[in-house]
Design a protein around this ligand. Structure first.
Ligand code: NAP
Length: 304
């Protein structure tokens, strides 16, 4: 397993982590999947208060009994006011059954709350030892800079954004380069295009990736993930619903694609793209609304 430093810290995370969105499984099944990852060297597991998976993650980690697995969680934007954020973190700690969240991330930017309010709550939590590192998610380079500037002494160590062979928007907008230049870890979510890599319309892409992987004894899935983590600041957090998929994904971080093979993947990916969940302009607009409260209300049956 390849490991990378988290941001500028001296702490190391596996280049492949475990995503848990929509991992709606019973404890036994979740335990098998996480064990498959951990046995293959994974030490990062990603969850969020909005996913509803913090409870199962906590139970599984308790059962595994290892304290070297790093838990990353996220706070939903309806909780970005100072006291709401403190309360949300306490809620996450309770569901996870741990004393400290290793990486606590702002899930999306929320322009309806002053960023200073949010970041000072994060610093307070860090000072109290309830969170170890501060991260963000779905932030642009400019938003990340603003978040960093609002901190008194802490550092934003990571930005979790969508990035895959089917979604390369952040190469175009410069975010990948920005993270590289500033030693900020880019955590690539939906690294298999939310499973769209396996759709029939992408069959030629997948078989091309399989062919590139063959000399390495690797699958197309492993090539797609290795192509991502071959970029310096990037680690990827695929979600898998079986121990077999998990082990395959972990095996994406045990080899190096050659420069030539990376070029082939770049070439091959031209002409393939992901159906986005929502367009860029919609995402921009949402940052200025209280839409987040609606999602939380739908998820939990109340506006918490
Ligand atoms: N910060 C954010 O806003 C945000 C947004 C979305 C996601 N995320 C995070 O990123 C994680 C991953 O993203 P995602 O769940 O959207 O999508 P993903 O990891 O790109 O794709 C998951 C899909 O790929 C399939 N898959 C996984 N490994 C496979 C393998 N080895 N062979 C064949 N199929 C495989 C899964 O099938 P099976 O389930 O059948 O294994 C599932 O259908 C999430 O769980 C979450 O932690 C964060």
């Amino acid at each position: 397993m390849e490991y990378k430093y988290l941001g500028r810290t001296k702490e190391r995370i596996s280049a492949i982590g475990i995503g848990t969105w929509q991992l709606d499984l019973n404890e036994k099944a979740a335990h098998e999947i996480v064990c498959s990852g951990v046995d293959n060297g994974i030490n990062l597991i990603d969850t969020a208060e909005i996913y509803g998976t913090e409870g199962i993650v906590g139970k599984v980690l308790d059962r595994i009994g290892r304290d070297d697995i790093h838990v990353a969680s996220k706070v939903w934007p309806n909780h970005f006011h100072y006291q709401d954020l403190i309360d949300a973190c306490n809620g996450s700690l309770k569901r996870l059954g741990i004393k400290q969240i290793w990486l606590y991330q702002l899930h999306y930017p929320n322009y309806t709350v002053p960023i200073e309010d949010t970041m000072s709550a994060l610093e307070h939590l860090q000072k109290e030892g309830k969170i170890r590192h501060i991260g963000v998610s779905n932030f642009s380079a400019k938003e990340l800079e603003d978040a960093q500037a609002a901190l008194n002494h802490g550092e934003v160590v990571s930005n979790q954004v969508e990035y895959s062979i089917l979604m390369r928007e952040h190469e175009e907008d410069g975010l990948v380069d920005y993270c590289k230049r500033n030693n900020i870890t880019l955590i690539a979510y939906s690294p298999l295009g939310e499973g769209q890599l396996y759709e029939r319309r992408n069959a030629a892409l997948l078989s091309g990736l399989d062919a590139i992987g063959e000399p390495h004894g690797k699958t197309g899935t492993q090539v797609a993930l290795n192509w991502l983590i071959s970029k310096k600041p990037v680690v990827a957090i695929p979600k898998a619903s079986s121990a077999k998929h998990m082990a395959e994904n972990a095996g994406a971080a045990t080899f190096n694609l050659t420069e030539g093979a990376i070029g082939k993947v770049d070439e091959l990916s031209k002409g393939f793209s992901k159906r986005p969940l929502m367009g860029r302009h919609v995402r921009k607009l949402l940052k200025h609304t209280t839409f987040w409260h609606g999602i939380a209300a739908r998820r939990y049956g109340q506006d918490q």
